[in-house]
Structure formats: structure tokens, C-alpha cells
Ligand binder design. Structure first.
Ligand code: FE2
Length: 219
């Protein structure tokens, strides 16, 4: 079983006009592909050669920074593609809606905090909506850092705020990219599925992430 680049969960032009075919093609086909390939090369002929990508991320943090950066970026990008969908965005539905209202007070307050966190992130990184001890929290990570390696955190959504994610479409206007994500692209179904998995695993005293995410990396 070798590490492979999972296909996008939608067509290259499916997120237009908010994220262009040109951006998705370069982001998935060049950037994400390069992280997967680097992870594959760095794990060749090592005990991690056939390990699930999540395990490679955990095993490489924090000491093997070259492998961690590649593997975490490979994992983060797959999570990002799943955090987006055509005709997404707007107000959350289902259990996520209730939890957002409980934890942030309102959808509007959630959006405002997300925009502030995403626009304040200095340099390259990621903005996450995570479940932390049953409560929602918005957090940012720098470069390849990921909440995946923090045992108590369960990622529910992410937004890539590296410039390569938006520069072709928005140039320096990160705020417009963040607004487009919230209004038109957020995949609330994905967040609801992650939340449901967390609910089931909490009853067993474990923290479970969507296994489909990792299965996609091995063929
Ligand atoms: Fe990216």
C-alpha cells in the first residue's frame, strides 16, 4: 500500500466563482500532491512506510520536523477539501447549529470570531473549528501545525490561510476569501458527521475522527 493523493471530493470548477479551477488545480495538483509525495519519500524503507497518514503525523511530531511538515500538510489539506462543498456556507444546520448557539451565542458571533481569528493569523497557517471537551473552539495554527496531534481536540472544520489557497483569486484580500468560505463554501454536513463520530466515541471514552479521511490516502 503506498501513500497516494486522494482525489478532490468535487470537480475542479465546482467551487467557482469563490475558488477558481485555476486555484484548485494548483492547490490540489501541485501543493497537496507535493506534500503527499514528500511524505511517501521520507517514509520509504522505514517502519512508517505502510502506516496510516494520521500515524505518520503523530509519530513525526515534534522531533522529525521535515516529515511532520509534509505529513501534517498532507492530512490538513484532505481535511480542508472536505471542509468545503459547492452550495455550502451560510448558517449551520442540525446538531452543529445547536452547539454553535450554545457555545458562541449566535451564528453571527461565531462568524465574527472566525473572521477575526482567520484575518489575524500572521503568515501561513490554518484556522480550525474544534471540539474541546464538548465545547466548540476556534483556533489558528501556524505553518503545518495541526490540532490532530493534540489528543483532547477534535477538528470539525478548517480553512487554509496559506497565500497559495487564495492569492490567485483574491490577491492580498484574505478577508474576502474568509467571507466567501463562511457564506458559500463551509461544509456543515462534514462538521456534523465529525461531531456525530465524536458523540459515539465519547460514550466509549475515546476520541474518534472520520476514518474515511485517512483511508483515502492509501491504495
Ligand atoms: Fe494549502
Amino acid at each position: 500500500m503506498s501513500l497516494t493523493l486522494p482525489p478532490l471530493p468535487y470537480a475542479l470548477d465546482a467551487l467557482e466563482p469563490y475558488i477558481s479551477r485555476r486555484t484548485l488545480s494548483a492547490h490540489h495538483g501541485n501543493h497537496h500532491a507535493a506534500y503527499v509525495e514528500k511524505t511517501r519519500v521520507l517514509t520509504q524503507r522505514t517502519p512508517l512506510e505502510s502506516a496510516p497518514l494520521e500515524e505518520v503525523v503523530h509519530a513525526s511530531a515534534p522531533r522529525n520536523s521535515a516529515l511532520f511538515n509534509a505529513a501534517a500538510q498532507a492530512w490538513n489539506h484532505t481535511f480542508y477539501w472536505n471542509s468545503l462543498r459547492p452550495d455550502g456556507g451560510g448558517e449551520a444546520q442540525g446538531p452543529m447549529r445547536e452547539l454553535i448557539e450554545e457555545c458562541f451565542g449566535s451564528q453571527r458571533a461565531f462568524s465574527q470570531q472566525f473572521v477575526t481569528t482567520a484575518s489575524d493569523q500572521f503568515g501561513s497557517g490554518w484556522v480550525w473549528l474544534v471540539l474541546d471537551a464538548g465545547r466548540l473552539r476556534i483556533m489558528a495554527t501556524s505553518n503545518a501545525d495541526t490540532p490532530l496531534v493534540t489528543p483532547v481536540l477534535l477538528p470539525l472544520l478548517t480553512l487554509d490561510v496559506w497565500e497559495h489557497a487564495y492569492y490567485l483569486d483574491y490577491q492580498h484580500r484574505r478577508l474576502e476569501y474568509i467571507a466567501a468560505f463562511l457564506a458559500h463554501l463551509v461544509n456543515w454536513d462534514f462538521a456534523n458527521r465529525a461531531l456525530a463520530a465524536a458523540g459515539k466515541s465519547a460514550a466509549r471514552g475515546t476520541l474518534e475522527r472520520d476514518p474515511q479521511l485517512d483511508r483515502g490516502h492509501r491504495k
